[in-house]
Ligand binder design. Sequence first.
Ligand SMILES: Cc1cc2nc3c(=O)[nH]c(=O)nc-3n(C[C@H](O)[C@H](O)[C@H](O)COP(=O)(O)O)c2cc1C
Length: 220
Amino acid sequence: MLDPMARDLPTMRTAYEHGVLRRADLAADPIDQFGTWFDQWTATAPFDAAAVVLATADAVGRPSARYVLCRGVDARGFVFYTNETSRKAEELATNPHAALCFGWLEQARQVRVEGRVAPVSDAEADAYWVSRPRGSQLGAWASDQSEVLAGRDDLERQLAEATARFDGGDVPRPAHWGGYRVEHDAVEFWQGRADRLHDRFRYTRDEIEPAAWRIDRLAP
Ligand SMILES: Cc1cc2nc3c(=O)[nH]c(=O)nc-3n(C[C@H](O)[C@H](O)[C@H](O)COP(=O)(O)O)c2cc1C
């Protein structure tokens, strides 16, 4: 019997011809290469340039994925902020490894990042917290992220409580809110090309000299 909920998802006949990626174009360091591509991505004025899919896994290796906003990148890794009692934080507590996937589809580009995850310092989290709008700060106090809610009313009541609690004053960073850094040990740049013959280059840390990077072209 025909399943009324079944859908064949459309195949986009998009020409994957937005550019090429040659070994000669690559920076020696993946963060340098990321910066070049990120600037090109932001020039397309995306809705939120910093959005990235974060994959974590629980203690037995079952994966889960969700978007976060990447708030900083440097030689140490890729930083995001979240609630430390959330599902992702619980998974990272037992399995401190993660993968990020930036999907810059309008440019037929993807950047994949893998590495160990470590909390950012309190000073770093504080500096980011104070840069956030007051509404986001109060929202962080109001939400027990990833917990089951009886209804939206509960969320709005918790927001009203937080608003009253910090009335007129600064909103401090909750103890359960902080940042994580994915300390990259592999970064892959993917450029879509015609006829499925895409360009892929993966950076991995040199085994002898961890500050240096090995670059391999991978089959698409
Ligand atoms: C574009 C976008 C950006 C997001 N950014 C964040 C973020 O920076 N931090 C965060 O905790 N959740 C963010 N979220 C919400 C998460 O996707 C997710 O719903 C939430 O963190 C709970 O995930 P968990 O239950 O797996 O921990 C974002 C969602 C979207 C769609």
